[in-house]
Design a protein around this ligand. Structure first.
Ligand code: G6P
Ligand code: MG
Length: 217
């Protein structure tokens, strides 16, 4: 039976994780909080609101809702200034070949992202036509590691979670896929993504036979 391949966006399809990091780091340093790439791992896959909470906790900062709202807008404004100019060149290596292979083999392709900026990014990078369904930060109320985003994706395709395969660069996302009972494939550092069923440093390291086996298993 047909498989549903669910892709995270930031850090899996496009090289935008670095822009999220830069924008959060700017805000953190303005608030006098030390914010390292290690801290940033915990923000990957996590919603904007929850990310801010994590950063404020790092600095032991209590803030009013008004202050938080201002910081959230500031962070997103800076992030948007980076992605405004985004184009195909920010698509990560090897991604397009995998998308093409899945299309040729009639498999479902779904986006499962926590980002509220997902659609404009898919449009600007000219890949939105690959997707049979999009589930993003505007659709879900529970952030990864809650499996909601991926379960919604399976439901939109009328498929069972056991027929779904998730590509993720965040530990929270891998945990969400595992909780959903889907196959979890980590893209990135295997020390960070140790809970994934399979890990590859990037899509160029994925043999097309590996994908073919997932399609036909
Ligand atoms: C993704 C990224 C996170 C980001 C979140 C919300 O999960 O990995 O770094 O904070 O989406 O994105 P947004 O574009 O809505 O702020
Ligand atoms: Mg990601």
């Amino acid at each position: 039976n047909k498989k549903t391949f669910i892709f995270d966006l930031d850090g899996v399809i496009v090289d935008t994780a670095k822009y999220h990091f830069l924008a959060w780091q700017r805000l953190a340093s303005q608030l006098g909080i030390e914010f390292t790439p290690e801290h940033n791992e915990e923000l990957k896959g996590v919603s904007r609101v929850k990310s801010l909470e994590l950063i404020l906790n790092l600095g032991n900062i209590k803030a009013s809702q008004e202050e938080k709202d201002i910081w959230l807008v500031q962070k997103n404004t800076e992030y948007l200034s980076y992605i405004n100019e985004i184009d195909e060149s920010e698509i990560l290596p090897g991604v397009i070949s995998v998308l093409n292979f899945l299309k040729e083999n009639n498999q479902d392709i779904v986006l499962g992202s926590a980002s509220k900026n997902a659609r404009p990014i898919l449009e600007k990078t000219n890949i939105i036509h690959y997707f049979d369904a999009i589930v993003d930060g505007n659709d879900v109320s529970n952030a990864k590691p809650d499996p909601e985003v991926f379960l919604q994706g399976a439901k939109k395709m009328n498929n069972n979670p056991i027929n779904c395969i998730v590509f993720e660069d965040s530990l929270a996302g891998i945990q969400a896929a595992n909780i959903a009972n889907m196959i979890s494939i980590g893209i990135g550092d295997k020390r960070v993504l140790h809970e994934a069923q399979f890990v590859f440093p990037d899509f160029t390291h994925i043999d097309i036979n590996f994908i073919d086996n997932l399609v036909n298993r």
